[in-house]
Design a protein around this ligand. Structure first.
Ligand code: NAI
Ligand code: MG
Length: 352
């Protein structure tokens, strides 16, 4: 297959980890006879420096001419005092909005070699294998009116039926390719938007008779993520609940450097990026853990290109390098061999 990928390294360790992911993609392309054409473009603080805006038109054009987007991370102390329209994270918000990437997908899966660093008991953490599907382009973060006066402030929580339908359908589709269970998380005992959400889930489930559905209140879900995370397969929820629960779930596996994510729309187009940020404290030192970026690239192959075998091959290679005891500094511990970002990638490529 021939595919074009927009590569947006961004700031800090963003370029180190996207370089790593690109090397792995090139190696996979050779092995399986694919051609990946890469279009590099800027986003975030480095785009502000070069073009005066965190999401230049050239970057949008490069993404429009591509089949998927691979992103590093944006931000850093250098730009923290910039005015709102020149803040690095504005680049990310705008690109998601521009491409209507309404579904944020975050797998949370135990990494056998790293169970020691999970805050949960090993026997609980080791069976965790879930996906959180978060609505990303609506809800409280976008609803109007949104303003404040001296004495009060208002945010608005709005969801349309169509916005709920499309995110719920994504979750059902993902559950089909997994253990076939969807947990829909809401606050239907208090919120009107949640009552509508629940209704829509009940309607859509008729189209997915092979998928089991349960509803859970967000406060219960927050507890259950800690007490019994093994019980979840696919969790689907609105924007703010998903923001909080996905960060809560991310600590289960033990390292930020391991977690990939995707932001997609219904036609399969998507943006793939590690969950972590630009890590200014270790940027430019060849220390960053490239696993999250590499696993994000694997998600891209599976979700946007339908290359399931290739994706699994990458995931197995990363796990196997960790099993052999190699890791980057963030995962150091007894019996581990700490290597540089570049060396870690070489090990992954040898493993492929
Ligand atoms: P962060 O994720 O960049 O770093 C948190 C801690 O984890 C740091 O100690 C860092 O060294 C470590 N870490 C993160 N990723 C790592 C990796 N791959 N390998 C090894 N260690 C890793 O979050 P922080 O420090 O809160 O934010 C730093 C900058 O990143 C800020 O400007 C923030 O706005 C931005 N950020 C950007 C995100 C994005 O682009 N999606 C997401 C989160 C933060
Ligand atoms: Mg968050």
């Amino acid at each position: 297959m021939k595919k074009t990928i927009a590569v947006l390294p961004g700031d800090g360790i963003g370029s180190e980890v996207t370089d790593a992911a690109v090397k792995v993609l090139q190696s996979i392309a050779m092995r399986y006879g694919h051609t990946f054409h890469l279009k590099h473009a800027s986003i975030g603080g480095s785009a502000v420096d070069a073009h005066g805006t965190p999401l230049p038109d050239e970057t949008i054009a490069a993404c429009e001419a591509s089949d998927a987007i691979l992103l590093g991370a944006v931000g850093g102390p250098k730009w923290d005092k910039n005015p709102a329209h020149q803040r690095p994270e504005k680049g990310l918000l705008n690109i998601r909005k521009h491409f209507d990437l309404f579904a944020n997908i975050r797998p949370v899966k135990a990494v056998p070699a790293l169970l020691g660093s999970s805050p949960l008991k090993e026997e609980v953490a080791k069976e965790v294998d879930m996906v959180i599907v978060r609505e990303l382009t609506s809800g409280l973060y976008f609803g109007e009116p949104k303003r404040r006066t001296e004495k009060a402030a208002v945010d608005t929580l709005v969801y349309t039926r169509q916005e709920i339908e499309r995110i719920v359908d994504q979750a059902f589709e993902i559950a089909r390719g997994r253990r076939g269970k969807v947990t829909s998380v809401d606050k239907a005992n208090v919120l009107e938007t949640s009552k509508l959400w629940r209704e829509v889930v009940e309607e859509r489930k008729a189209f997915y008779p092979d998928v089991e559905v349960e509803h859970m209140l967000v406060d219960s879900a927050a507890m259950k993520l800690i007490t019994d995370p093994r019980a979840f397969d696919v969790m689907v929820t609105e924007n703010m609940f998903g923001d909080i629960l996905s960060d809560e779930a991310s600590v289960i596996t033990g390292s930020l450097g391991m977690l990939p994510s995707a932001s997609v729309r219904s036609d399969g187009y998507g943006l793939y990026e590690p969950v972590h940020g630009s890590a200014p404290d270790i940027a430019g030192q060849n220390k960053a853990n490239p696993s999250a970026a590499i696993l994000s690239a694997a998600m891209m192959l599976r979700h946007s290109f339908g290359m399931h075998t290739e994706a699994a091959t990458i995931e197995e290679a990363v796990m196997s390098v960790l099993e052999d005891g190699y890791c980057t500094g963030d995962l150091s511990g007894a019996g581990k061999r700490v290597v540089s970002t570049e060396r870690f990638v070489e090990k992954v490529i040898e493993e492929l």
